[in-house]
Design a protein around this ligand. Structure first.
Ligand SMILES: Nc1ncnc2c1ncn2[C@@H]1O[C@H](COP(=O)(O)OP(=O)(O)O)[C@@H](O)[C@H]1O
Ligand SMILES: [Mg+2]
Length: 277
């Protein structure tokens, strides 16, 4: 905080402090329907602030991926407001879509690496949007390469830089995908079921890495998970969707088990109940 100027009783926040406290993502009363189909999101609100990890929970088909897609202009918004990093996503101006997508780092369940290319080249593809037209192998600058190596070091696999991406384990591939997302210098990271293909131990290490990035870089992370215990240990807040409606939204530490259970269908598959165990 800055010193208190004469005549004011409250310290005036600095620009940096203000930026930290303002939501980078604001979603209000969002409704989404594909084509003539039913609403798959119906009245969803979401705020994401710098540095926080928000877990998106819900059964398969509850709308988690659609909500993530709505933040990058990939979902057919029927009504409501979607603001991401200053962009009015539901009413983008010409040419803004590319800039919006360049500022959102994405991590997916299946890692989505190019398996025959090296780990380093995969990370470099995160910089494609600011490198201009080029071929994947020759067109990056020395600065790009140094940054990609630094990011690989940060996610703990710099020693794999020259190996083919497909030769790495699942946990290592997801680290590469996270480094690739960071290469974009993202304002926001969306991770859609990033640990669904990983065993529990690796799931924890990948989620810890995302939490660390959120804290250290001040980047908000929205991470969808379908296993509740992982959300309880690795998120600041939880948003729960059920059939496209937001049934839970709150600080992770303040939510009780009964509330969280309302995310899942009690008459649905038996394993939904296990999510709370
Ligand atoms: N491209 C699409 N066209 C039509 N329906 C879709 C499309 N994508 C998703 N849906 C439907 O929207 C609902 C929500 O899906 P989704 O967002 O993928 O949920 P989740 O990620 O929670 O599994 C589901 O009923 C699904 O069938
Ligand atoms: Mg999904």
């Amino acid at each position: 905080m800055s010193p208190v100027p004469d005549g004011l009783t409250e310290p005036v926040p600095t620009t940096a402090e203000l930026r930290q406290s303002l939501p980078l993502v604001t979603v209000r009363d969002l409704r989404v329907a594909y084509g003539d189909g039913p609403l798959v999101l119906d009245g969803v609100d979401l705020d994401l602030r710098p540095g926080e990890v928000v877990a998106l929970l819900g059964s398969s088909g509850s709308g988690k991926s659609t909500l993530m897609r709505s933040l990058t202009g990939f979902a057919p918004v029927t009504s409501g407001a979607v603001r991401v990093a200053g962009y009015d996503v539901a009413n983008l101006q010409r040419g803004q879509l590319r800039h919006l997508r360049a500022s959102v780092g994405q991590v997916f369940q299946q890692f989505n690496l190019i398996g025959r290319l090296s780990v380093l080249t995969n990370v470099l593809t995160g910089a494609l949007h600011d490198a201009g037209p080029l071929n994947l192998v020759g067109g990056f600058t020395g600065a790009h390469r140094r940054r990609a190596l630094q990011l690989l070091d940060r996610v703990g696999i710099a020693h794999k830089a020259d190996e083919q991406a497909r030769s790495l384990s699942g946990g290592q591939q997801q680290r590469v995908a996270i480094a690739r997302a960071l290469m974009q210098r993202p304002a926001l990271i969306l991770a859609d079921e990033p640990v669904a293909s990983l065993d529990p131990r690796l799931s924890h290490t990948v989620l810890e890495l995302l939490q660390r990035i959120a804290r250290e870089d001040g980047i908000p992370v929205l991470v969808s998970l379908h296993v509740l215990p992982l959300a309880l240990t690795h998120s600041d807040r939880i948003v729960g969707l059920r059939h496209g409606r937001m049934v839970v939204s709150g600080q992770t530490a303040a939510l009780d088990a009964a509330v969280l259970q309302s995310i899942y269908d009690h008459d649905g598959e038996a394993d939904d109940v296990d999510h709370v165990a």
